[in-house]
Design a protein around this ligand. Sequence first.
Ligand code: ZN
Ligand code: ZN
Length: 274
Amino acid sequence: MSSQCATMPLPADYHMHTPLCRHAVGEPTEYAARAVQLGLTEIGFTDHSPMRRDDFDNWRMRADQLDEYVKNVRRAQREHPALVIRLGLEVDYLPGQEEWIRDLAARHPWDYFIGSVHYVSEDWAVDNPEMISRWKERDAFEVWSVYFDWLTRAAATGLFEIIGHADLPKKFGFIPTEDCTPLFENFLRTVKKADMAIELNTAGLRKECREIYPSPQLLRLAHAHGVPITFGSDAHAPGEVGADLAQAVALARSVGYTEQCRFAQRRRRMVPLA
Ligand SMILES: [Zn+2]
Ligand SMILES: [Zn+2]
């Protein structure tokens, strides 16, 4: 009996970081080497975008490091010619950042932007383990409501190809008892209208919530709305490249997906699911 899993091709891993963000290890060329070893055919780098103000926080590259980031990705491309390596960014969205994001978009020939919400106010990123005490001071549903409002606004800007880890607030297990379906529906309608994709991000499996972002419920709704998908390990080390992508593909299939998106020069094409 042969194992189908062993030969099943993996999807493109479209979410990985570099040490420039100050909380990842390994150079892009090492991530690429790992991808080749795993039999991946396409990956994309999406390090945390700089903010206009370098002192905004301490977990992203400085604005003057953007060229170095691109250079490091180009080097990985040169050293791994058989692997398709896309140039992207994970861009933080907060209301008011639109002009800065357009400015970033104009600086390099990006293949795609992942638009992510980490912050629900200027000084609180919901996934920051150092600020977990904030969760205890706030009502979970209220936080999720702000988060999905900002995520919906991110989609409405039209500035991204992909929306990242759509239910990130579940990371530490602070999940509202209220029904979040209206938040999800409103978000997904906007994503569809903006012609964007959402990602299946396996980092959630490595966090307290022990679940892929987004949940099966949100993904089922996304499929019903006709929202396309990408896949990402959110690797912050070469050893995390491709992590649990087969499980993410199985989840996507279970809710009805048969295709995934690929991006080049900010243009989308659909290919069969791995
Ligand atoms: Zn990160
Ligand atoms: Zn993120």
